[in-house]
Design a protein around this ligand. Sequence first.
Ligand code: ZN
Length: 302
Amino acid sequence: MCNSLNRAHAPSSSKEDAPAVSLKQGASPALAPPAPKPPELARAAESATVDQTFSQAAQSLGMDQGTIATLTDAFAGKVDLHRDLRKGDTLSVIYDRPQGGAAAHDEPLAVRLTTGSSSHDVFLYRDPQGEARYYSKDGKSTRPAFSRYPVAFTRVSSDFSLRRLDPVTHRWQSHDGVDLAAPIGTPVHATAQGKVKFVGRQTGYGKVIMLENPPPYSTVYAHLSRFAKGVRKGGTVERGQVIGYVGETGWATGPHLHYEVHVDDVAMDPLTVDLPGDDRLRGEERQRFAKEAESLSAALSG
Ligand SMILES: [Zn+2]
């Protein structure tokens, strides 16, 4: 999604000599028996055409079920693998293979899913503990992440509660979200990537946007003064994207954002609910990754 930004992250001056194999400094080659030569790894690009499903295409490239599940998650925030894939889309991967042998690992180093005219890349990174995870080229984890707050608010004007007296209708009711007071016109950001389930007016909510976020989450943004351009039903939004502006439409006693988080369709307190954390590479890890992703990306483009 953010391909246009990627180039800015590539370190332009990284040297090529970083992880050079250290050749037993101090040990004379004459005394030490020659170390067995590690098998030469060759970077191999392979691709498959999507005939039926993503997993069928992945299987045809030799991936096991665990790897396919990991990749399904990695792409879930970018492509709806059940609905967006068409016959003829392609799945391309890069493996390091010993000369003429099987891949050293099941996980491909890089994967590109091309559907229609758009393509999505993910790159493998092993953290120092050896855990393999996929990141987009800019070092952001492909696991969906959530922001806690959709707006720069001044105060919480009403808490989440299961039962309270509504100040407008004077009826006892639950408050399924949290009210975040902010001046009219303050931008409202999507707290996570998602699909727009509803955008329009509803009694009580006023101008409201409902998002289907990565399962099991969905979010609601109400009392908006207006919607951001380009936000329409069925469309997708990125985390952090401005989707609307604070207002006081519907049953609102003052300008604020009424914000709800649902987990499996049950309203939870947005201020305390467990959210998938932000997970991105930083510092040295990020630099190592960026260099590797740059060369893998070139290899994917063949
Ligand atoms: Zn509210």
